[in-house]
Every structure is written in structure tokens, then in C-alpha cells.
Design a protein around this ligand. Structure first.
Ligand SMILES: *Cc1c(COP(=O)(O)O)cnc(C)c1O
Length: 495
């Protein structure tokens, strides 16, 4: 199976090449040329299988240059007991008779990014060998908080790779920053950018498309790649857990084969909910995809009007991983819904970079309407939802998860649709202790890692062991830069 650029279908790469490059040279996103279809027998075969087997079988449908046995050995390693605190990897928790929560934060950095970023370094390392690459891959990452840490954790000391992470200076939580600046490994670098996530992401995209930098690095034996969700190797491992969740619902008798399920996903860069869309396109019985945003509700407006308009105020919220105005992965959805019309997609993206705005065709609007429902939850609603979940269900959820829980309720109130729904829980509440403590009526005392203990004492829930270990850790990085200086930072890092 080949991977094509959303902006120029004539660019056709193998899976290994697509994973190695991350982003197509023309700025497009590398996207599978067709979506493999699964049937009931396939789903049935996955029900008794452990998570790594499910992952290998699903990923093998897309990555025909990786044998299934190789994928299985990667998945067993990635989701094994050294890294995940539960063998289920992505367990479902029942909230009420038709509501389930898919917990995606049982990996080493306590955010859902681990689900993909424990697989990606293994896929990329193998891709270097498969494509006969003799250079070192330097992974450039722009992060809204969780990706950076998860990517460094995945790539630390992986041979023939290095990784440089940029995060918005005042746009991440204290725990997130502590996680990043204490990262171990001889091939990692971290830099705070004066600006917001979109500034960091724009800087990384600029470096990728800079031919002079590419040449300089080439002479040093280095090429740039991406671990952001523009890399197909990020999206694919996320397709797995939607299918896996359906299998768990079948296994537990919550659904019968063929019954529909709705997924509600807290969304930023549109990667996670795009993975749910691919699961649906593969034939998983999905009713609606419910796209949950925080106060930065550009996607809610887009799904309701068909107009994507980034000319608006940017807000820093308590769910920072969703503080995004340019949702890169939407491009893959537009490519699919336009009937793989690369010229049409290129037009939208050109309009976005020129005037910050585009309007999709009537046929895409109609398709979006059938597939998606968009809603958003503001700061007060987020806090109230955390409080309510704790009181009513004894279930402690983080700020991002609360956005999804609330938007799911809004959807049900607006439509009356009572289909079994799964909402994604994308981070441990211990990554956002201050807001979570406030929300459950326990004003935070102190700051940073001190709050881990306070949240533990207030709720009796366990502190993820890697977060507990942050307390004694030495800060290793103290670099910050203006957004215009990101090029120089990269060149210095790769000296
Ligand atoms: C990254 C992230 C999101 C948003 O996911 P996208 O794939 O960017 O839409 C939501 N919640 C948390 C905790 C995250 O880290």
C-alpha cells in the first residue's frame, strides 16, 4: 500500500518511507491510498486477543512492508509491563449503563500520546533499515505539552535518532514542564518558545520546508523527521484502540456484533478523532463522531458552518493540549471527504495560509454533517464536570477528559441519541493537579510536584509512579528562544 500527499497525489511513498519522512516535501500529509476493510470475523478474532496482538493485526493491514510478527514484537515491547501499568493498555471503564470511558493514559508519561509514541520510534528505526537510510533522523517536535514528553520518552537513546522539542513557554502545566526539562537521554533537547503552540508548530513547519537548513543538515549526515500527529505512524496506533474498545464492549456484553457505538474525543490537532474516523471507514460500526473542544472552539464552528476561520482570539485554558487553532490533521479528513481531490485540498490549505480561512464545498459540508457532531466546553463547565464526576461516580478525570464528558452530555441533550458512547480519557488527572484540586473543592496548597501528594491524599487515588518519581529529579534543560530563533536552536543542537 502506498502513501500519497494530500496536496499532490503523484507523490507516492511506501509505508516505511512515509513514516521516515513524517511530512510530505510539498507540505501535504502522507495518507494511505485506500482504507482496508475489516469484517465481523476479524473483529471476533480480536476479542480474546491481548492488546499487542490486536495492535499488530490492525496495523499490518496498513503497513505491508512490516511483517505482522515484527509489528507484534514492537507492540509487545511498546505496551508491555515495563511501560504500561495495566496489561489492557487501553482499558474501558464503565460510567453508567450506556457510557464508557476509554482510559488512554496508562503509559510512561500518563497521557494518551504514549499509545502512539511508544510505537513510532520502533516503526521509524525499522524504517531506516528498510529504506537503506544511512543518515541519522532528527525528530523535530512542537508540543502543546504532552507530545514532547511522550516523544522524548519514546526516542531517548534510540540509535541513529535524536529529538528536539519546542513547547510554548507559558502554555504547559508545571508537571508537563517538569517532565520535559528532566528528560534523560543523550540524544534529546528541549526549548521553550516565547509564544503559543501555533507559533511553535509554525516554526517547526517552517524549518521542515527550509531547503537551506536541509542542505546544511544533509552535509552533517542528518535529516529531519516528525513525531507530531502529521506522521502517519502516530495516527495508525491510535486506530487500534477504537477497534479494541469495540471488542471489549462485545466481550463484556455491552454491545452485540454490529451494534453502533458513538465516540466522543477531546480534540486539538484532530489526530485522535481522525483515528476514530479511520476505524469507522474500515467498517467498525460507529454512529457519530463527537468532536469536543475547549474554549478554543474553532472546530465546533467549522463542523457547524463549514467555515474554518483562525482569525480569532487564542485562549490559554486548563486543557492546554487542546489550545490549538490550526488542527493539522483535518487536512487528511478533507482529502478523504473530497473524494481524494488533491487540488481542492491544496486550495483550502493555500487559503488558510493566505487569509487564515477557508470554506469547504457543499458536498463536504453534507458529509461532515452526517459523520460528526461538534461541541465545546468552557472553563467553568470543565471544572464543574470534574467535580460532578468525582461526586457522582467517584471517578477522578483530568481537564481534557472533562471536556469530552461534558460535550457528550450536550450531544445527548441536543439530539436525544442514547446510543452506547465511549469518550476518550486522554490524560491522568495527576498531570493537572491544580485545576483538578480546585474542581473537587480542595484549593491547591503549593505548586508543581507538591500537589501530587495533595491530590492523592484528597482522593485516595494512586499517583502514577513516573510522576511520583519527578519529585527528586534534576532539571537538565533551561533553554528558551524567540520564535524567529528556532532555526538557530536546531542547528546548534545538531552540531
Ligand atoms: C494531544 C492531546 C489531546 C488532543 O489530541 P489531538 O490528537 O491533538 O486532537 C487531548 N488531550 C490530551 C491530554 C492530549 O495530550
Amino acid at each position: 500500500m502506498k502513501y500519497l500527499s494530500t496536496r499532490d497525489k503523484r507523490i507516492r511513498l511506501s509505508a516505511a518511507e512515509a513514516i521516515k519522512m513524517g511530512l510530505s516535501r510539498d507540505g501535504g500529509l502522507l495518507t494511505p491510498e485506500r482504507v482496508p476493510v475489516i469484517d465481523e470475523a476479524f473483529l471476533r478474532s480480536l476479542i480474546p486477543a491481548p492488546y499487542p496482538v490486536r495492535a499488530a493485526k490492525i496495523m499490518a493491514l496498513y503497513l505491508d512492508d512490516y511483517p505482522e510478527a515484527e509489528l507484534l514484537s514492537f507492540a509487545e515491547d511498546a505496551y508491555g509491563p515495563e511501560r504500561f501499568d495495566t496489561p489492557a493498555a487501553a482499558p474501558l471503564r464503565k460510567v453508567d449503563s450506556n457510557t464508557y470511558c476509554l482510559e488512554l493514559w496508562h503509559g510512561p508519561t500518563s497521557a494518551f500520546k504514549d499509545m502512539a509514541l511508544q510505537m513510532l520510534p520502533r516503526l521509524l528505526s525499522a524504517a531506516l533499515a528498510k529504506t537503506g537510510e544511512d543518515k541519522t533522523a532528527c525528530i523535530l517536535v512542537a508540543t502543546s505539552g504532552d507530545t514532547g514528553k511522550a516523544a522524548m520518552e519514546g526516542f531517548a537513546d534510540v540509535p541513529r535518532t535524536s529529538i528536539m522539542v519546542f513547547y510554548p513557554k507559558d502554555g504547559v502545566s508545571e508537571i508537563q514542564e517538569a517532565q520535559m526539562v528532566t528528560q534523560e537521554g543523550n540524544n534529546v533537547g528541549v526549548c521553550a518558545v516565547v509564544g503559543n503552540f501555533d507559533d511553535a508548530q509554525a516554526g517547526v513547519k517552517r524549518i521542515f520546508s527550509d531547503a537551506a537548513i536541509r542542505d546544511t543538515l544533509d552535509k552533517r549526515g542528518v535529516f529531519l523527521s516528525s513525531a507530531n500527529s502529521i506522521n502517519w505512524g502516530r495516527i495508525l496506533p491510535q486506530v487500534v484502540y477504537y477497534i479494541s474498545a469495540y471488542c471489549d464492549l462485545l466481550r463484556d456484553g455491552a454491545l452485540s456484533m454490529g451494534d453502533k457505538v458513538n465516540f466522543c474525543v477531546p480534540t486539538g490537532n484532530f489526530g485522535d478523532i481522525l483515528a476514530a474516523y479511520y476505524a469507522m471507514r474500515m467498517g467498525l460500526p460507529v454512529g457519530k463522531l463527537i468532536c469536543a473542544s475547549n474554549r478554543n472552539n474553532i472546530l465546533t464552528d467549522f463542523l457547524r458552518t463549514g467555515v474554518y476561520d483562525r482569525n480569532r482570539q487564542f485562549y490559554t485554558t486548563m486543557s492546554p493540549s487542546m489550545d490549538i487553532l490550526v488542527s493539522s490533521n483535518l487536512e487528511r479528513l478533507l482529502y478523504d471527504l473530497s473524494g481524494e481531490n488533491d487540488a481542492e485540498v491544496r486550495g483550502y490549505m493555500e487559503a488558510l495560509s493566505r487569509g487564515g480561512k477557508y470554506e469547504v464545498s457543499e458536498s463536504i459540508k453534507a458529509a461532515l454533517n452526517g459523520l460528526y457532531w461538534g461541541g465545546f466546553c468552557d472553563e467553568r463547565g470543565t471544572s464543574a464536570t470534574i467535580g460532578r464526576y468525582w461526586r457522582d461516580y467517584g471517578y477522578l478525570i483530568d481537564t481534557h477528559t472533562a471536556v469530552a464528558a461534558d460535550v457528550l452530555e450536550q450531544y445527548r441533550a441536543a439530539t436525544g441519541d442514547r446510543t452506547v458512547a465511549v469518550f476518550a480519557s486522554t490524560a491522568s488527572p495527576y498531570k493537572f493537579c491544580d485545576h483538578v484540586l480546585d474542581a473537587i473543592g480542595q484549593p491547591p496548597k503549593g505548586a508543581g510536584t507538591a500537589l501530587l501528594d495533595q491530590l492523592h491524599e484528597a482522593t485516595g487515588t494512586p499517583i502514577p509512579s513516573r510522576l511520583a518519581a519527578l519529585k527528586g529529579k534534576q532539571r537538565r534543560f533551561d533553554l528558551s528562544a524567540e520564535k524567529a530563533d528556532m532555526e538557530r536552536v536546531v542547528l546548534d543542537f545538531l552540531k
